[in-house]
Ligand binder design. Structure first.
Ligand SMILES: Cc1ncc(COP(=O)(O)O)c(C=O)c1O
Length: 406
């Protein structure tokens, strides 16, 4: 099936907006993606016709809301190819998913002298929760290196995994470099040494089909807002055998079977990890985003992304004094770059006046910036609705930046 981008763009109302009188060129989807009409409609439909609290009521609306919420869990299960819907925990996003694992699995099963292994390309949300855990339990944080192209040095990672390594927590796709990590291989190595593996899938799910059983990972974290869904909702996949033995995350309603002042009996997963009223509208919106993704012809979409990435790479490299950051063989359509002598914030500000939205800064990856010996980069990140003319506008804007700074 052909990939009809023009028709696809029609589904994203915000793309018709203008910025400073110029058509919006949105190249910041790695920060958050835009939302198709179907997702917007699913959320407003929930509030217009179905809103009630879940799990607790016997009335019609509560049952509908519960059905919508639990159907969304099934949808995420199928999307990630988890074995059972109970392996899907709704959270606020990837950040909360990782904190949940650190504070439940980590507090229970990681102790003094144990090691946690991450990589140099991690987002702060896959660094700081582990540092907090290390402080709490006396464990040590180890970091696997990357090479200058932005690829993980797999042999070095392997050498860092020992019997002390209790968890390997690695991003599937780098938000700065676009690098796709070889998760299956990492899982195999980690499992050989008895370590569990958490995968930060925030940047992977908008671009790649993900099958947690094929990957073999123990935990997989995603954010709805990066995959055409709403903010404030995400999911943590966890293997049932692990979720079962993990203590709860937060205490409150819904995560219990019974409460008395003497003793509280906790619920089973996933409810054990979902204290309080959940983000029902968010879960329903996330399910709509998954349905939207399912309408895209996978092969044609992948080919289109590859083509656009190649076009964007060539176009950027034609700009004098521009250096691309992140040139791994296997990467998604994220284009980080620096322009000699011009601070990325200046690039971003001038491009903004041209209607071109990119992100500049450290991208919540300060240790990676240190590794790259850069204070910041400019980053254009693409999604399924981007077209060649978006790249052309970016490049035209960069020439303008250079004119101003010449
Ligand atoms: C690789 C990666 N991990 C984690 C996160 C955090 O996601 P969230 O802010 O949705 O929790 C991001 C967000 O940019 C990311 O790019």
């Amino acid at each position: 099936m052909k990939f009809d981008v023009a028709r696809l763009r029609e589904q994203f109302p915000i793309l018709k907006e203008t910025v400073y009188g110029k058509p919006l060129t949105y190249l910041d989807s790695a920060a958050t993606s835009q939302k198709p009409q179907s997702v917007i409609d699913a959320i407003s439909q929930f509030f217009l016709k179905e809103n009630a609290n879940v799990h607790r009521g016997v009335h019609y609306l509560s049952e509908r809301a519960t059905e919508g919420y639990e159907n969304a869990r099934h949808k995420v299960q199928q999307f990630l190819n988890a074995e059972h819907p109970d392996e899907i925990i709704f959270v606020r996003g990837t950040t909360e998913a990782i904190n949940l694992v650190a504070q439940t699995y980590g507090r229970a099963f990681i102790g003094t002298g144990d090691e946690i292994l991450i990589t140099e390309m991690e987002h702060h949300s896959n660094i700081v929760p582990w540092q907090m855990l290390c402080e709490q339990v006396g464990a040590k944080l180890c970091v696997a290196p990357i090479d200058d192209s932005g690829e993980l040095v797999l042999e070095a990672l392997e050498a860092l995994i020992t019997s002390k390594t209790k968890i390997v927590s690695v991003t599937h796709v780098s938000n700065v470099l676009g690098t796709i990590n070889p998760i299956q291989q990492i899982v195999e190595i980690a499992h050989t040494h008895g370590a569990v593996v958490l995968v930060d899938g925030a940047q992977a799910v908008p671009h790649l089909p993900v099958d947690v059983r094929a990957l073999g990972c123990d935990f997989y974290a995603i954010s709805g807002h990066k995959m055409y869904g709403p903010t404030g909702i995400g999911a943590l996949y966890g293997k049932a055998s692990l979720l079962e033995k993990m203590p709860p995350y937060q205490g409150g309603g819904d995560m219990i079977l019974s409460v008395s002042f003497e003793k509280t009996i906790y619920n089973k997963a996933p409810n054990k990890f979902e204290a309080g009223t959940p983000n029902m509208a968010g879960a329903i919106g996330l399910a709509a985003a998954i349905s939207f993704l399912a309408t895209l012809p996978q092969d044609a979409r992948a080919a289109e992304e590859k083509d656009l990435l190649a076009y964007g790479t060539r176009a950027l490299l034609s700009v004098p004094c521009l250096r691309l950051i992140g040139t791994a063989c296997s990467k998604i359509s994220v284009l980080s770059f620096v322009l000699e002598g011009i601070h990325p914030h200046d690039i971003g500000t001038i491009l903004d006046r041209e209607g071109v939205a990119i992100r500049t800064g450290h991208h919540c990856a300060q240790p990676l910036m240190k590794r790259l010996q850069l204070p910041a980069t400019a980053r254009a990140s693409l999604a399924c609705y981007n077209i060649h003319s978006d790249i052309d506008r970016l490049v035209a804007g960069l020439y303008k930046v250079q004119e101003i700074f010449r």
